[in-house]
Every structure is written in C-alpha cells, then in structure tokens.
Ligand binder design. Structure first.
Ligand SMILES: Nc1ncnc2c1ncn2[C@@H]1O[C@H](COP(=O)(O)OP(=O)(O)O)[C@@H](O)[C@H]1O
Ligand SMILES: [Mg+2]
Length: 575
C-alpha cells in the first residue's frame, strides 16, 4: 500500500502546495476586510484606494479559483491512480495465490475487499490528504493572523476551548473503530450470502425455500442496518458536541475581544477580522473529527486488504525448480494427508505408481480421498517432501506450471466461462486450428452436440453454462483438456453426468486415438476400467486393494462387491 503512495508522492506534494496556497489567499481576505473597515473614513474621499482594494479582492479570488482547481485536480487524480493501481495489484495477487487460499476466504469476502474497502481507502487518500494538509495549515495560518490582529493572549484564550476537542475526539476513537469493524463484517456477510443465493437460485426454487432464504437475508440485512445505525449514532453525538465547543469560543471572543475594542486596544477592523478568523477555524477543527473517523476506517480497510496483499503466493518460475521434461512416471509414497488448517487425515499411508502410457483407475466410495489425490498430483495443495514424485523429482522441487503443463486435471465440477464454446475450449492457447478443435470435440463425443446448435462453436455459454446440459458441459471441459496435448490426463469423475455407454466409449476412444498418453481415471463406474493396467481401490483414505480388473475380481474384496452390485443394477435398469 505504502508503495503506491511513494510512486505518486509528487502528485500529492504538488496538490498539497496548491492547497496551502489557497489557504494562504483565503486567510488574507479577512485581514483586507479589517483594514477596509478601519479606513472607511479616508476611503470616502479616495476612489483610488477603493479601486486598489477591489483589485486585491479580485486578484485573490482569481488566485483561489486557479489554486482550487489544481489541488482538486492533483489530489483527486492521485487518489484515482492509487485506486486503479491497487485494483490491478490486488487482482494479479489473487491470481498468484494458491487455490487453497480460496477455501479459506469466500468470494463475497474477496469482493467486499475489492469494492467497499478499496473505495474507502481511495476516500481516505482523496479527502483524508486534503483534510490533513488543509486543517493543519489553516489552523497555523489563521492563528498567526489572529495573533497579529489582537495579540497572542486573546487569541490563546479564545482558542483554548477548541483545544478541548482533542480529548473529546479521543474518547470517540475506540468506539467508532469497533463499530466500523462490525459494519464491514456485516457487509461481507450480506454480500457473501447474496452471491451464494444467486448461484444457488435453482436449488432454492426447486426446494421452495424462498421464504427461508428471505428470512436469513432479512436477518443479515438487519444486522448490517443496526451496525450502520450505531456508527451514525456515535457520529451524530460527536458533531453537535464539536459545534457546542465552537460556540463557546465565539462567546468568549465577543466578551473578551469586544471589550478590548471598547477600551480602544483593538481596532474595529481587527475585531471583525478576528471573528471571521474564528469562524474559519471551525471547519478545520471539525475536520479533525472527520479525518479521524476516515483514518480509522481506512486502517481497518487496509488490514482487510492486506489479508489478500500479504498472503503467501504460490511459488512459480523459481530458478531452483527442476525441469521435468517429458513424462515418464509418477509415484506417491506412503502419503498421509491433512488439508491445511484441518485435523482429520483424509489420506492414510497411500502408495500409487503411474507409468508412461498406462491407464490407471482409482475407485472408492464418496469421500474416500480420490479427488484429494488428483488435486495433490497437480500441486494444488502443499504436500510435505518425500511423498510425491514426478519423473523421480520431488513435486516440491517442480514449478507448479511445469506440472500443470505435463499433467492436466479435468475436475469433477465442470466450469465454463460466459463466452463461446470455441473460446472455452481454446482458452489460453494462442493458435488453435479448426482441425484441432474438431478432433478433440469428436474425442470427447461432443462434436455432434455442438454442431447441432444454430451457432455451432460460436454458441455463447450462459452464465456458468446454463444453456448446456451437465453432460455437455462435462464433455466440453474434456475437449478443453485434450486440446492442451499434455502427457498425462487425470479424469476426476468428470463423466458422471454422461450415460455409462458414452463414458465407456469416450475413455476407449481417447485411449485408442491418443497412444502414448497416460491417463488416470477416477470413476464410480467400474466397467470403464475393465482394460485398465491397474486399479487402486480407496476406502476411507486407505488404499485397500490394487490390481487389474481380473485380479481384483478373483480377490473377492470390496472391488468385486462393488462390481457385482453395479451389474445387478444395470440388469434391473438397463439404459
Ligand atoms: N478443501 C478441503 N478442505 C478440507 N477438507 C477437504 C477439502 N476437500 C475435501 N476434503 C475432505 O477430504 C475427504 C476426501 O474428499 P475427496 O478427496 O473429495 O473424496 P472423493 O473424491 O473420493 O469423493 C472428504 O472427507 C472431504 O470432506
Ligand atoms: Mg471426488
């Protein structure tokens, strides 16, 4: 954050200089007014003096006009530049973060940091800098002029009540801070909830739980409302208090300076000027309160933004990484695994080997750890040394990008961007030929589906691919993976929405047409794995059985039970 300020410091400096210049001009005006009043008598007979004063006032007004334009221009621009740079920095930081970061921080939380927190920081920088420079210089200048008009003693006496604002401000300090925290967290919660409800709207409708959702929403909106009201309460007590103190100062001035005028120690002009000056102090002194509030909130916003900016990025492109080159084999050795920040071991002493050109299956009940293995192979989560090796190199010594070029994961949940099917398949690739796209979509058995759409490959997939069926989306994501021409493909149950025959057919054609490729198939349809070189059977994080289909059938273990059950189901419900 501070780095951004350093980069633009000259903008702030120039802006501030203009601001101070305007302050100076502004402070001269009452002085001029005072001397005008004092020389009223001689003015009557001297039109030149009147002209001079008029010219002076005109000159000052013009100067202020120019100066005001420029400080607004420079300070406003600097804050906008900050906003843009901070946005960019936050976004690229997000992209650099490891995927497990997004397990811990919900997208609503992240969005709040991008919107309200950053906007607040921009305001701190625009208004805050102005208030800070303005109020400090204004107070100093005005005090100097006041002392020169009526002497330091009277000035001091009238200024004294204003000073009592400092402890008042301090008393409000902690209260406001605490309440602002509450406001921000309630905002995050509210928007997080809203976002989730929007993505889940179909579930909400199909289960007819709209009322429940509405009630939850109202509760959260109410919490947000209450917390903002509390902040307003605190603030609305604070400002009248400030006003009251300022009025005290005016009364003192009337009594003390007024009597000096009567006694002839202070001229009438100086008295008028003094009172105008006192009035001019109100805004800067009040703005200490505003400033304080703003800085407090800015600090909280900054802390929240730093949760993203200071998070540990995923290391890529380091020189110490070993290049793995063409894939030859991968191995998992005695791996026991807990997800970061959790206690439970989801994998227990797992061993697995995949060699070039093999087709390896992983099966097991839901929650047995199949997807976890897939994610760990892609280095999506950190894993200790000595556990996973690609081409004999510890995965910790390999650049994650290198791994993800060699091994491509097709995840369980298909995700498509709101763009054309073509772009969804070709994403990230510079040159893609029509032939390639045709080939991979045929391999994924989705070519006929796509060409049957009126727009073909130019069909825009609605937000999150609503216009495609689940099975079509899954097949498009497979085509997207195949076009990347990686050495290893990990299919994580990514054909669950396709009928069993098609799944079998797809895996078979990929196997035949892409000789030399290595594939790991995680599936719950055991028939798909009949020709696999090896099948690993997971149960509750343990690797309980390993072997080919025939070997596993002879063993009469879990695999055989699962297979027999599936066969029986197929006979009952032939598809
Ligand atoms: N990101 C995560 N953080 C913590 N626990 C997780 C995470 N993802 C999965 N798990 C847990 O790990 C276990 C194995 O999950 P998973 O590998 O997805 O199973 P499978 O793919 O075999 O159904 C489950 O108990 C699940 O709750
Ligand atoms: Mg899974």
């Amino acid at each position: 954050m501070v780095d951004f300020l350093k980069k633009n410091w000259h903008q702030y400096l120039i802006g501030s200089l203009f601001l101070v210049a305007v302050d100076l001009l502004q402070v001269i005006v009452p002085k001029l007014l005072g001397s005008f009043i004092d020389r009223l008598g001689e003015m009557a007979s001297n039109t030149n003096a009147v002209k001079a004063i008029v010219l002076w006032v005109l000159g000052l007004a013009t100067g202020m006009l120019v100066g005001r334009f420029f400080w607004r221009y420079f300070l406003g621009k600097a804050a906008r530049v900050f906003f843009r740079n901070a946005l960019n920095a936050m976004f690229s930081k997000l992209l650099s973060l490891p995927s497990f970061f997004f397990d811990a921080m919900k997208s609503g939380d992240i969005m709040a940091r991008f919107t309200s927190d950053l906007e607040l920081l921009r305001r701190v920088l625009a208004q805050g800098v102005i208030m800070f420079v303005d109020s400090i210089f204004m107070v100093i200048l005005v005090l100097v002029f006041m002392i020169s008009s009526v002497g330091w003693k009277l000035t001091w006496l009238c200024f004294l009540p204003l000073l009592s604002l400092v402890p008042v401000t301090l008393a409000f300090r902690r209260k406001i801070h605490r309440r602002v925290m509450e406001v921000q967290s309630s905002f995050s919660e509210l928007f997080g909830f809203t976002e989730e409800m929007i993505s889940g709207i179909r579930v909400i409708k199909s289960f007819s739980v709209e009322e429940l959702a509405e009630r939850f929403f109202k509760e959260k909106a109410n919490r947000n409302y209450k917390s903002t009201v509390l902040v307003t309460h605190t603030m609305s007590l604070f400002q009248p208090l400030v006003h009251f103190v300022v009025s005290l100062a005016s009364i003192l001035s009337l009594m003390l300076v007024g009597s000096s005028v009567i006694a002839g120690r202070v001229s009438l002009g100086d008295f008028v000027a003094f009172n105008v000056y006192l009035g001019m102090l109100i805004w800067p002194v009040m703005s200490y309160g505003h400033l304080f509030d703003l800085v407090q909130r800015g600090r909280t916003a900054m802390e929240r933004i730093d949760k993203i900016l200071l998070a540990q990025p995923e290391l890529t492109g380091k020189e110490k990484f070993v290049k793995i080159g063409e894939f030859s084999d991968l191995e998992i050795r005695n791996l026991s695994y807990r997800y970061p920040g959790t206690e439970r071991e989801v994998l227990k002493n797992v061993n697995l080997v995949v060699k070039k050109g093999e087709m390896v299956g992983i099966v097991g009940t839901v929650g047995s750890g199949k997807s976890t293995i897939a994610k760990l192979l892609l280095k999506l989560y950190p894993v200790e040394r000595g556990k996973i090796f690609v081409n004999g190199v510890d995965i910790n010594d390999i650049d994650p990008r290198d791994i993800r070029r060699t091994i491509v994961l097709i995840p369980q949940e298909p995700f498509l961007f709101s763009d054309t099917i073509w772009k969804n398949i070709a994403i990230g690739l510079e040159r893609v030929s029509e032939g390639d796209v045709e080939r991979v979509t045929k391999l994924a058995a989705v070519y006929d589906d796509i060409t049957s759409f009126p727009m073909g490959f130019e069909t825009v997939v609605g937000e999150r691919g609503v216009t495609l069926s689940g099975g079509q989306r899954q097949r498009v994501t497979i085509a997207r993976a195949l076009i990347r021409n990686a050495d290893v493909y990990v299919f994580d149950d990514c054909l669950s929405a396709v009928d069993p025959e098609t799944e079998e057919k797809i895996v078979k054609t990929i196997r035949e047409k892409m000789r030399g490729k290595t594939i790991v198939v995680i599936t719950h349809r055991l028939k798909v794995l009949k020709n696999a070189d090896r099948i690993y059977v997971l149960d509750g994080g343990h690797m309980v059985e390993v072997g080919t289909h025939d070997e596993l059938m002879r063993r009469d273990g879990i695999y055989r039970k699962m297979f027999v059950r599936q066969l029986a189901q197929e006979e009952v419900y032939p598809s």
